[in-house]
Design a protein around this ligand. Structure first.
Ligand SMILES: CCC1=C(C)/C(=C/C2=NC(=C\c3[nH]c(/C=C4\NC(=O)[C@H](C)[C@H]4CC)c(C)c3CCC(=O)O)/C(CCC(=O)O)=C2C)NC1=O
Length: 174
């Protein structure tokens, strides 16, 4: 597991170089964003269950056939697996948010996920959508708490990363 500062220092160490202007700029950016990252993670920790519920309700409102016979989230067992997956996405996004580094998402979440989903018939499109909806619900709650919209790309980033990663492996293999 890597974080933004550890990764940056590692790169400069490997080159045997002092931190230059661009390194200092990235560190300053990281520090400027840090209170927002903490605020987002605190929100997630406090409201994880409601965030998953809200995002899943939006998903099933848009795609009600998932819950009907023949749908992948049909039966309580599969619905529970779907909500659990959303909870995984949310928890790992919170780690990536404090780390300011999305590498952990590749290693722990995305690696092999597409194959698992294919073998179980879990549809990629709606799963990608569930990830984006989780990010949207959090962004809306932070906006409601008074955070400027322009600063919220940082919070959406890990969700975008997972959504893109899952959508891309899917496109590549088709
Ligand atoms: C921490 C990293 C991690 C992830 C991400 C993960 C995902 C994951 N989701 C699974 C199943 C599943 N995932 C879903 C998800 C959905 N079905 C839908 O229609 C919706 C679109 C969607 C929810 C948004 C479902 C329904 C299953 C059960 C499929 C089945 O057993 O038939 C499985 C198969 C094994 C199991 O059921 O536990 C894995 C490994 N496991 C992990 O360890």
């Amino acid at each position: 597991m890597r974080d933004a500062i550890g990764g940056l220092i590692g790169r400069y160490d490997q080159l045997g170089r002092y931190l230059d202007r661009s390194a200092i700029d990235s560190i300053e950016k990281y520090l400027d964003e840090s209170s927002l990252r903490i605020q987002a993670v605190e929100l997630i920790n406090r409201e994880a269950a409601e965030i998953v519920r809200e995002a899943s309700q939006r998903l099933f409102r848009d795609e009600p056939e998932l819950l009907l016979p023949g749908g992948n989230a049909y039966t309580t067992r599969r619905l529970a697996a779907c909500l659990r997956d959303m909870d995984y996405f949310l928890r790992y996004a919170s780690y990536a948010l404090v780390a300011a580094d999305s590498t952990i998402l590749n290693e722990r979440v995305l690696n092999g996920l597409d194959d698992t989903y294919k073998s179980l018939g879990v549809p990629t499109g709606p799963t990608v959508r569930s990830i984006i909806l989780l990010g949207e619900v959090i962004v809306e709650r932070l906006q409601a708490a008074g955070v400027e919209s322009a600063r919220l790309a940082v919070v959406a980033a890990p969700f975008d990363h997972m959504a893109r990663g899952l959508a891309e492996t899917n496109v590549r293999q088709r």
